[in-house]
Design a protein around this ligand. Sequence first.
Ligand code: PLP
Length: 449
Amino acid sequence: MTYTYEQLQEKNRRYLWNPFTQMKQYLEDEPLIIESGSGVKVKDVRGKEYYDANASVWLNPHGHNRQELNNAIIEQLGKIAHSTLLGSANVPAILLAERLVQLTPERLQKVFYSDSGAEAVEIGLKMAYLYWKHRGKPEKQTFLSMKNAYHGDTVGAVSVGGIDLFHQSFEKMLFPTEKVSYPYPYRYEGSQEECRDACLQELEDCFIQKSNQIAGLIIEPMVQGAGGLIMMPSGFLKQVEHLCRKYDVLLLADEVATGFGRTGKMFACEHEDVQPDIMMVGKKLTGGYLPVAATLTSDRIYDAFYGEHEEGKTFYHGHSYTGNQLGCAVAIASLNLYEKDQVVEHVQQMSEVIKPLLKEIAELPHVGEVRQLGFMIGIELVANKSSRSAYGWSTAMGAKVCRRALDLGLLTRPLDHVITFLPPLVSSKEELREMLEIIRQAIQEVTEA
Ligand SMILES: *Cc1c(COP(=O)(O)O)cnc(C)c1O
């Protein structure tokens, strides 16, 4: 039985509560209801097509409905859909773990699965916390994170988050953390280097005072994603790694957004040759098909948990669907496509090709900074270009521009007043050109109206 748009809209109104969505406005606005997808486009139940210009919120690398990925799931489905990883294993979970260890920085040697980026972060935090306990330093039990950071929406992940709009209202639920400034040169009086060095100084001062209580530092390498797509000045991440080693603090790299080619390297840590002790991956891991995430860790950390049952070092953490076969099978097929299609090289080439188009957008009268690392692009809208003054939050200018882009056939979401452009990694030159043209037109029409 098929349903009309109006019937589905009514059922959405009656039964469904969408995430990160003000339902009142959403239901007043003719919600988009997707029915299918192919390549870099999705199609709604009324038959209208849209460019998936944020890759279904930063997931989809290879386009929708890829035969190779579909087949991997079908083939696995003919064997088994799921069995538990608690005290047993399965074939695709083992083979994917091997692939991930081979692909990621050398220090990372073991893979612990979960179902979402937020869970992968929880697991990383718990591992770091218990690591010091098992090592006889239980006083190292707090975490240091960046202001304006985003690590997911579960309570532990929110505790290390720093986006006031999302996180502040939960304050009393959270565990206490240390927070230091993230370098944001655009809003800093001084050069990139001065901004970077001031933040590094703040970090080192914090370590000097408190490193004996700090288990780990968690950071989004190279780009703060949900915080507004803000790139680090070069050299910052490398120095963060250096300070972590100097003060004996574990480095946790949250590659959930940046991992698997998004920034023009397989992992963002590669930009500065950084070796985290713990790395979280998710989002694109399964080609954007199924919810599998992973926390990778070093042998040193793994070994701290390794021992006889009576020693009480077992890591008591897991989820019902940990290591799901369908998800791991499609993740392996996705990694095969990265090799076959040379996806990361494609991102590198295309991110150069689109630079002139981004420059045109940057010249619009209500565009401030346009930030780019690979296919992670943020276009900042400003009320006044010369004073760089932001649009007030209540103007919802970002949402209005995205609404107009939707009418023009392109789907993306704003982060406050930043338009996000994170297209599927396989997007062609022509597709990228058309997508950016729609974004340019939407910004122009809405901000100059
Ligand atoms: C999206 C994201 C998360 C959370 O992942 P979910 O799968 O949505 O729970 C964590 N960290 C970063 C950097 C992210 O971008």
